[in-house]
Design a protein around this ligand. Structure first.
Ligand code: SF4
Length: 363
């Protein structure tokens, strides 16, 4: 065990900020302020490499994330890959009249910066293109929206959220160009490494497409952050841990996790209401996050360990705890086990090698 080293290393909570509640944004501004306050209290408490700690390692000043909605759509909604979207994707929050008022990316950034400046000492910002599929457009369109962020003197990075089937080589080349000028993350939604689950979710992409996207991004030295959901319909604990092991082997630099939540107006809600699916209890989720992170190398930045659904949209679960309490519980569970992020990586590798050896000896 390397508990004390880990405590020294992983001592900040996530400070990822969102300017507005966009279609896929589940953090409130108040929550983010609380996170910042909590950071000082929990300075030495974290047993995983949090996004906040990473930003402090990278920059000599405080950096916050500002989430923006650049007005993109998604190929799993417009018919290019599918219609209806992923079963967990909230139709109401994604519909045109419920999306936040379509202000320009530049004005959303100004709003976000003003928010932080009024409440906290001024710092720098990473603009997170979060809503929908932020590489789904012509190169000119992409350049136009990314440049609105780049043009702001206090923006020091971009985080581009997208699907694994929406990063053709010309787009990755474009991102590489931006990565040469700023701190850039490519955020790829995977959710599960099991095609059976991806089909069940109506994701309309495969794990092979994710692998291909990661490989081509890594060829261009792009930082990749993978998104995964725990508690997906039909997934066992073992299946979730296989996803962890696969991500560990892929050497992605970042990871975002959250539990499955059911939101209004989704296919998932219909399944939930007819008791075809269940959601995780808080204790289950805490245990699974720790199981998962124990298998993820300690160098991987864990940029999110839980999500929150805006109250009007939430169907289940209702855990009745704040995000901070979830984070606290995860660290408490690590402490109880005497483990931390990455502590099982070598053991998993050794087991995999032993299995290969056994198979070869038998054949
Ligand atoms: S890929 Fe993203 S935006 Fe598109 S339907 Fe799925 S969750 Fe929604």
């Amino acid at each position: 065990m390397h508990g004390s080293a880990c405590v020294r290393q992983a001592r900040k909570v996530e400070t990822e900020g969102k300017v507005k509640e966009s279609s896929a944004s589940f953090l409130s501004l108040d929550l983010n302020l609380n996170l910042v306050r909590f950071e000082t209290m929990a300075e030495s408490a974290q047993l995983y490499y949090s996004g906040g700690r990473y930003l402090r390692d990278q920059f000599p000043y405080r950096v916050f994330k500002i989430a923006v909605d650049a007005g993109f759509t998604c190929p799993n909604r417009d018919g290019a890959a599918g219609r209806g979207g992923c079963v967990f994707c909230n139709n109401a929050s994604f519909s045109s009249n419920s999306r936040q008022a379509r202000t320009s990316v530049a004005s959303q950034i100004e709003d976000g910066i003003r928010f932080y400046r009024e409440r906290l000492a001024g710092h720098k910002f990473i603009v997170y293109f979060q809503a929908y599929t932020n590489t789904y457009g012509s190169l000119e369109q992409l350049r136009r929206v990314y440049d609105q962020a780049m043009d702001h003197p206090d923006v020091v990075g971009l985080a581009i959220g997208t699907r694994p089937d929406c990063v053709p080589d010309p787009v990755l080349d474009l991102l590489k160009e931006y990565a040469g000028r700023t701190h850039l993350w490519l955020e790829l939604g995977l959710q599960s490494s099991h095609d059976v689950t991806l089909r069940r979710l109506n994701r309309r992409h495969t794990y092979a497409q994710f692998l291909d996207a990661v490989r081509r991004a890594q060829q261009r030295a792009l930082r990749v952050c993978a998104h995964a959901i725990l508690g997906l319909p039909g997934e066992t604990r073992d299946m979730m841990l296989v996803t962890a092991d696969r991500l560990a082997q892929l050497a992605v630099e970042g990871l975002k996790l959250h539990h499955l939540y059911v939101t209004t107006g989704t296919e998932l809600e219909r399944s939930y209401r007819r008791s075809a699916i269940r959601v995780l209890r808080l204790r289950e989720y805490i245990g699974l996050v720790c199981d998962f992170l124990e298998r993820i190398p300690s160098s991987v930045v864990v940029q999110r360990v839980t999500g929150e659904v805006a109250e009007p949209y939430v169907v289940a679960p209702h855990w009745g705890v704040t995000k901070l309490q979830v984070i606290h519980s995860i660290n408490e569970e690590f402490r109880r086990r005497g483990t931390r992020q990455g502590c099982r990586v070598k053991q998993v590798e050794a087991e995999a090698q032993a299995q290969v050896k056994e198979v070869m000896e038998r054949s």
